[in-house]
Ligand binder design. Structure first.
Ligand code: DON
Length: 318
């Protein structure tokens, strides 16, 4: 009989103060029942409204999670700041500025408006701006563009990411408002590629499957001025991170951006699947997942977590 291997006894996990804090924050918001799960993309309507996860990733690579932090969901509009970063990295500020502005709109995310002075969409966080930015994804065909996009997002998350094909198909089948926006930009000369090709990239970027943990690492990569804290890889230059965070600060929460800046004072981005990320530059990224949304399309628990966290740790930028 082989002797029993020498396994040292495992020491029990002792919760750190931040884990204890996150647990009580999670518990205090678990009973919030307000809001509606987005259903205009039919597949998103199937989400469980009770799912609720929070994850924090620090710039030195520590991760603290509570609740459903490993539950997969689609990134949706939280992809937009990263695509903006990609466009800056691959094409530079000048080229990106020809495609999209940096002015907050105060309008809903799906507003069908362009700046009538120069025909540009107002900023890369609203759908129009994100569709214009999606055109800048490199690749000669859809599969090359998808591969390049997933590679870039994987560098941010520190692991390979995939597309949720069901959500992609659901969005492709019903995204007629985004089609209207893309064709309007074709009409004004803002798009050069066929709109359906650009929309393929846009719908796919929104359908990337992530977890709270992934989003916290992606936010922490922005907090670390562009270096992924898990892999040590430089993904974006500090200048481009500054550009991305500036636009997130003013436009990331749509027509709630002003109140958000007032209450929370951190660059942030939401997605209609129920994700929210916020970035504390030089310190950490925080990600929340909870599907029920408020009337402007931001996760109710996501907003509440960030508000409370910013307040409890005095994180407001001003
Ligand atoms: O294009 C859309 O409507 C969705 N794929 C993304 C919108 C979104 O996430 C807005 N965020 N709160």
């Amino acid at each position: 009989v082989a002797p029993a291997p020498d396994v040292p006894p495992r020491s029990p996990h002792v919760a750190t103060p931040i884990e204890t804090y996150l647990k009580s924050l999670h518990m205090s918001l678990s009973d919030v029942m307000a809001g509606e799960v987005a259903s205009y993309i039919p597949e998103l309507g199937l989400a469980d409204p009770k799912k609720f996860g929070i994850c924090i990733a620090t710039v030195d690579g520590q991760l603290y999670s509570v609740g459903d932090a490993g539950c997969p969901f689609t990134i949706q509009s939280m992809s937009k700041p990263f695509m903006h970063g990609y466009a800056l990295r691959e094409h530079g500020q000048e080229r990106v500025a020809r495609q999209v502005g940096v002015e907050p709109t105060g309008d809903p995310f799906n507003s069908i408006t362009l700046d009538d002075v120069n025909n540009r969409p107002f900023n890369p966080m609203v759908n129009a701006g994100a569709i214009a930015v999606a055109e800048l994804m490199k690749g000669d065909n859809t599969s090359e563009r998808t591969e390049n996009m997933l590679d870039f997002f994987g560098q941010f998350a520190g692991r390979p990411l995939e597309i949720d094909e069901q959500v992609y198909r659901s969005e492709h089948a019903t995204g007629h408002r985004n089609r209207a926006i893309a064709y309007m930009m074709l009409n004004t000369g803002m798009l050069s590629l066929p709109p359906e090709e650009v929309l393929e990239t846009y719908f796919r970027q929104c359908s990337i499957r992530v977890t709270c943990r992934d989003m916290a690492v992606m936010a922490a990569t922005l907090a670390a001025h562009g270096v992924n804290p898990l892999s040590g890889q430089r993904v974006l230059s500090p200048d481009h991170v500054r550009d991305v965070l500036s636009v997130m600060s003013t436009c990331g929460m749509y027509d709630y951006a002003g109140q958000w800046a007032f209450d929370v004072g951190l660059p942030a981005k939401s997605g209609v699947a129920g994700g929210v990320i916020a970035v504390i530059p030089g310190q950490l990224g925080i990600a929340v997942y909870s599907p029920p949304l408020d009337s402007v399309g931001n996760s109710i628990r996501g907003v509440a977590v960030c508000q409370k966290f910013a307040q409890d740790f005095s994180l407001h930028a001003y």
